[in-house]
Design a protein around this ligand. Structure first.
Ligand SMILES: Cc1ncc(COP(=O)(O)O)c(C=O)c1O
Length: 438
């Protein structure tokens, strides 16, 4: 996969160059008016009357959703693997070009059930930087979690760190396609094969992504997607496990439904991880708008890139241009070269009603219930800890407009210019990192 130059920065504040087209000149005009405006954190009015969110749900066609929901009501078939769940599974399989898809109630239970179906035991290695559900799901499956560091360029699990963390009882690597970008799949596959370990992908953020043109979904032993409301494609809550392994898919179908193989036949242990029909209705609706949602996010991402380009100390995580990606995340890195640190910028934006998110903070090995375990007490994972300090996700999705992006970037530029005033005014809340990252 061809990666663009990572985290590129150059020259100084508010330089806009290339790619913006008309955006560039519009930005210059707003920049002048911006100088008149006092930042909200310094006592001005918030730039936005309503909060702008990271991951505000995309709706798709309300008409389609309501028609499908009426179908559900009329059929009185609300759950238990109804026709809409079956249709959603078929559509996911087709889109991801993978033979088997088992839809579930969310990705967290999907990950735990995938681990159980794969017969994992002892310990598993997961990246320390990412959403805590990956680790929690493994713990739910009765596994010990070993945290590995990330590659600072991509934020993906680092193969060298995986090697260093392997213990005699390690049965699998759970790699995360963070930000929807596929991990370094081939080296991970090789490593797991050589060590006799299973490879499970947490693809919660990666629906619609490709790796060398191949859709994510059929790699490793299994992949698990999330259709949580904040994902580009959502089913309110929901998830899917995809695999090329027919026997694994059969096991999963039992695990998702209390082990029932027939009306009066229980073949295994299992839980209730079924997706209700109304959620499948939303999933089908969302899927029908996938290309439009992805295209919108791409425009939003390009607008951020154009406005922030050239700002010293700030960089957007790049996405390979030649690969599909929902662009559901605009991942800003705030380094020491920017006059304010990430947490200060977070509070500046919040005061303006821009609810940027410190994804993902804290790191897995620094969060409960892991941090007090003996193996984590002295564990340092430098790239992870740095990403936890520096990363800020900016609002995107279909409720965000290009003009709003421009104003958000103006606020960021103003914050950089007025950093001293912001610090002098003691305008920042004392408690700058809330442990829940919310
Ligand atoms: C990387 C990752 N793993 C797991 C999850 C959990 O997904 P869900 O909310 O569907 O359980 C999420 C999502 O929120 C995620 O981003």
């Amino acid at each position: 996969m061809a990666w663009p130059d990572p985290l590129t920065t150059c020259s100084n504040t508010i330089t806009v160059s290339g790619g913006a087209g008309a955006e560039g000149s519009r930005f210059a005009t707003h920049r002048d008016s911006r100088r008149m405006r006092q930042l909200a954190i310094l006592g001005g009015h918030p730039a936005f009357a309503e909060p702008l969110h990271v991951g505000r749900p995309n709706v798709g066609s309300e008409e389609q959703f309501l028609a499908l929901t009426q179908q559900v009501l009329a059929s009185r078939r609300f759950t238990n693997y109804g026709p809409l769940v079956a249709q959603f599974e078929r559509q996911i399989s087709e889109r991801l070009q993978v033979e088997h898809c088992v839809v579930v109630n969310n990705a967290t239970s999907g990950l735990a059930l995938a681990a159980i179906a794969l017969g994992l035991s002892g310990s598993v290695i997961v990246p320390a930087f990412g959403f805590i559900a990956t680790a929690h799901a493994m713990r739910l499956a009765g596994l010990r979690v070993l945290f590995a560091d990330i590659d600072p360029r991509t934020h993906h699990i680092d193969c060298a760190s995986v090697l260093a963390r392997i213990e005699p009882d390690t049965s699998a690597v759970v790699a995360v396609h963070l930000w929807g970008n596929p991990c370094d799949i081939a080296p991970l596959e090789q490593l797991c094969e050589e060590r006799g370990m299973k490879l499970l992908f947490d693809s919660a953020q990666a629906f619609g992504s490709t790796c060398d043109g191949v859709p994510v979904g059929g790699f490793g032993n299994a992949e698990v997607f999330s259709f949580h409301a904040t994902k580009a494609i959502n089913s309110f809550e929901g998830g899917a496990i995809t695999t090329r392994d027919a026997a694994l898919a059969d096991k999963l179908r039992l695990l998702v439904n209390f082990g029932f193989a027939g009306e009066d036949q229980i073949d295994s242990w299992g839980i209730n991880a079924k997706m209700p029909e109304v959620c499948a209705a939303m999933g089908i609706t969302s899927l029908a708008s996938a290309d439009a949602i992805f295209a919108h996010n791409l425009r939003i991402h390009d607008a951020y890139a154009a406005h922030l380009r050239g700002t010293e100390g700030l960089a957007l995580l790049p996405y390979p241009r030649n690969e599909a990606n929902s662009r559901n995340y605009v991942v800003l890195t705030v380094t020491d070269a920017f006059p304010l640190d990430r947490d200060a910028l977070y509070h500046v934006l919040r005061a303006e009603n821009v609810l940027a998110r410190r994804y993902f903070n804290p790191a897995g090995h620094q969060a409960e219930p892991y941090r007090h375990l003996s193996e984590n007490r002295r564990l340092t994972l430098p790239a992870t800890e740095r990403a936890c300090r520096e990363v800020l996700c900016l609002p995107t999705g279909t409720s965000i407009t290009i003009d709003q992006v421009q104003r958000i970037c103006e606020i960021i530029a103003s914050a950089g210019e007025q950093a001293a005033a912001i610090r002098d005014a003691h305008a920042l809340p004392e408690e700058r990192v809330d442990a829940a990252g919310r």
